[in-house]
Ligand binder design. Structure first.
Ligand code: SF4
Length: 405
C-alpha cells in the first residue's frame, strides 16, 4: 500500500503547534487563513487560525453536532459552515482540540486579525469572538474580485497593513521590527515555495500526492508559515515525494484519468471520495484549494509590497478571466482530463460553478466539467448516493473520450 511516510512527522508538528497555543509562553493572535500571519509573527505572537478549527470540526464530523448551537443564537444555517461550526463549538464548550490535542478548548485570543480577501464572512465571524473575549480586532479589507492587481490596490493594502502596527505593538508589548518582519517573510516564502514544489510533484504521470493527501499535508503551510518548522517539514516531504517520482511510486499507478478538484473540500467525506476515485481508476492530482497557500510573490527585500500583493492576488479574490487563465495553465501542467467543481452550499465565495464558468472554461480548454453539490462541513447539503452516481458516470465519459481521441 502506498503511504506518505512524512505523515507521522506532520501529525507530531501539528500536535506541538496546538499545545503551544495554550502554553502561555507567547501572546496569541487569531488570524484568517490567508491573513497577515507574517506581520503578526514578527511581533512574537503565536498565531491561531479558526478556519483550521472549522476544517477539523468538518473532518471529525463533529460540525453537525455543534452547528445547531450557532443557529439557535441567530446565525443562518446557510452561511459559511466553518463560521457556524466554530461558533457553535465555542458556545457548546466542545471541540475536537480536546480529544485530539489534549487542549482545554479554543485558545484565548490576545488579538484578532482578519483579511476579507477571501470573503466578508470572516469579518462577522471574528467580530463575534472579539465581542465574546473583549479583545482588540484589526481588519484588512482589500478590493475584491480583481482581474489584474495593480500598484494602486497594493498601496491600499500596504496602508492597511501598516495601520495594524500600533495595535500589534500595544498588545504584544514589542516595537515593530522591520528585520523581524523581513525574516518571517523570508521563512514564509521559503516554505510556500517548497509547498508549491510538493504540489507540482503530481505533474508526474504516476503522481505521488493526491488532492486528498494535500488537504492533510497543507496543515503546516496554513498554521506555521513564517517559521523554520514549516520550512523544515516541506523540505522533508518534498525529498520523499521527489524520491517517489524518481522510483515511479505513486498513489494510483493504474490511474486511467486525471482529475482537477475545484472549490472547498468536503471535509467529512474525504476518505469516501478518495476511495471512490481510486476504485474508478481516477487520480485527483490537483486543486485550487491546496494551491491557495502558494504565495510565490513574497520577497523579504520588499516585505510590505510583496505580502500585500501576494495576499490580494489569491485565486479566490480574482475576476473570472484571471481564474480561467490560472485553471487553464493548471490543466496543461497537470495533464488534466476533467474538472470537478464542488458547488458548496455555504461557501458562495469559493464556489465557481454558479455563474456559468464551467461551460465557458470547457469551451476555452475542451476539458469536460462536472458540478457536484455539497458543503465543506454541513453534510445535510451533500447527497452521497447522487454524487457517487454523477462522479462514476463522469469518469466513464472521460475514459470514453480518451479512447475516441
Ligand atoms: S471562504 Fe468560504 S469557507 Fe472560507 S471562511 Fe469564507 S465563507 Fe467560510
Amino acid at each position: 500500500m502506498y503511504v506518505i511516510k512524512s505523515t507521522d512527522k506532520m501529525k507530531a508538528i501539528m500536535g506541538e503547534y496546538f499545545r503551544s497555543l495554550e502554553s502561555g509562553s507567547k501572546k496569541v493572535a487569531w488570524c484568517t487563513s490567508v491573513g497577515p500571519a507574517e506581520l503578526l509573527r514578527s511581533f512574537g505572537f503565536e498565531v491561531y487560525f479558526p478556519e483550521n478549527h472549522g476544517a477539523l470540526l468538518g473532518a471529525t464530523r463533529t460540525a453537525m453536532d455543534v452547528i445547531p448551537e450557532a443557529i439557535k443564537s441567530g446565525y443562518s444555517g446557510h452561511v459559511c459552515s466553518y463560521t457556524t461550526a466554530d461558533i457553535g463549538s465555542y458556545l457548546r464548550g466542545d471541540t475536537p482540540l480536546k480529544k485530539h490535542y489534549g487542549m482545554k478548548g479554543h485558545p484565548k485570543p490576545d488579538l484578532i486579525a482578519y483579511n476579507t480577501n477571501q470573503c466578508r464572512e470572516v469579518q462577522d465571524w471574528f467580530y463575534f469572538f472579539a465581542n465574546e473575549f473583549n479583545c482588540p480586532i484589526v481588519g484588512i479589507t482589500p478590493p475584491r474580485y480583481i482581474e489584474e492587481v495593480t500598484q494602486n490596490e497594493v498601496n491600499l493594502v500596504v496602508d492597511q497593513f501598516k495601520a495594524m502596527i500600533p495595535v500589534c505593538e500595544m498588545v504584544s508589548g514589542q516595537k515593530f521590527s522591520e528585520d523581524n518582519f523581513k525574516e518571517t517573510v523570508r521563512l514564509s516564502k521559503e516554505a510556500t515555495l517548497l509547498w508549491q514544489k510538493v504540489l507540482k510533484t503530481s505533474t508526474a504521470m504516476n503522481a505521488p500526492i493526491s488532492f486528498f493527501d494535500g488537504t492533510i499535508h497543507m496543515g503546516p503551510i496554513v498554521v506555521l508559515r513564517g517559521t523554520q518548522i514549516a520550512k523544515d517539514y516541506y523540505t522533508e516531504l518534498l525529498a520523499e515525494l521527489e524520491d517517489n517520482v524518481k522510483n515511479n511510486r505513486g498513489f494510483l499507478p493504474q490511474a486511467r484519468t486525471r482529475i482537477f478538484w475545484e472549490g472547498m473540500p468536503i471535509w467529512g467525506k474525504l476518505r469516501m471520495l478518495s476511495d471512490l476515485f481510486a476504485s474508478n481508476g481516477a487520480a485527483v492530482v490537483a486543486s485550487t484549494y491546496c494551491s491557495s497557500w502558494v504565495f510565490d510573490k513574497f520577497d523579504e527585500n520588499d516585505p510590505w509590497n510583496s505580502t500585500a500583493r501576494a495576499y490580494t492576488e489569491i485565486f479566490i479574490n480574482r475576476g473570472e478571466k484571471a481564474k480561467m487563465k490560472m485553471l487553464s495553465e493548471w490543466f496543461n501542467e497537470y495533464h488534466i482530463d476533467g474538472i470537478i467543481y464542488h458547488d458548496s452550499k455555504t461557501c458562495f465565495n469559493n464556489s465557481n460553478a454558479k455563474f456559468g464558468m464551467p461551460q465557458r472554461l470547457k469551451s476555452l480548454t475542451g476539458v469536460p466539467a462536472l458540478v457536484i453539490e455539497g458543503d465543506l462541513c454541513d453534510l445535510r447539503f451533500f447527497s452521497e448516493g447522487q454524487s457517487i452516481t454523477k462522479i462514476e458516470t463522469f469518469i466513464e465519459q472521460l475514459e470514453e473520450n480518451k479512447v475516441e481521441q
